[in-house]
Design a protein around this ligand. Sequence first.
Ligand SMILES: [Ca+2]
Ligand SMILES: [Ca+2]
Length: 85
Amino acid sequence: MLRTRITTLFGQIDANGDGSISRAELHSKLTADNELQMMMEVAGKMPAYVFEQLDSDGDGVVTLEELIALVEEEVSRTRALQLPT
Ligand SMILES: [Ca+2]
Ligand SMILES: [Ca+2]
C-alpha cells in the first residue's frame, strides 16, 4: 500500500519525530537513503528544489499530507514506468 510506505518513509525522514519534515531533515535523509534518491529521480525531482516542491503551502515544513499528495500525484503521472513495489 503506497500510503503506508509513504507514512513509513515520512517517519524515517522526520528524525526528531515532531510530525513535520524540516529542510535539514530532508537533506540529511536525501544524502543517506538510496531508495529515496531513486524515488526522487523517478519523479524527476532535483534534490536542490525538492523541499520547495514538497512544501506545497510554503510554511517551511513538509507535513505527511503534503508528502502523500505529492507522491500520489507523481505516481499517477509516472504510472507507466511501473515503479517497483
Ligand atoms: Ca521533524
Ligand atoms: Ca508545508
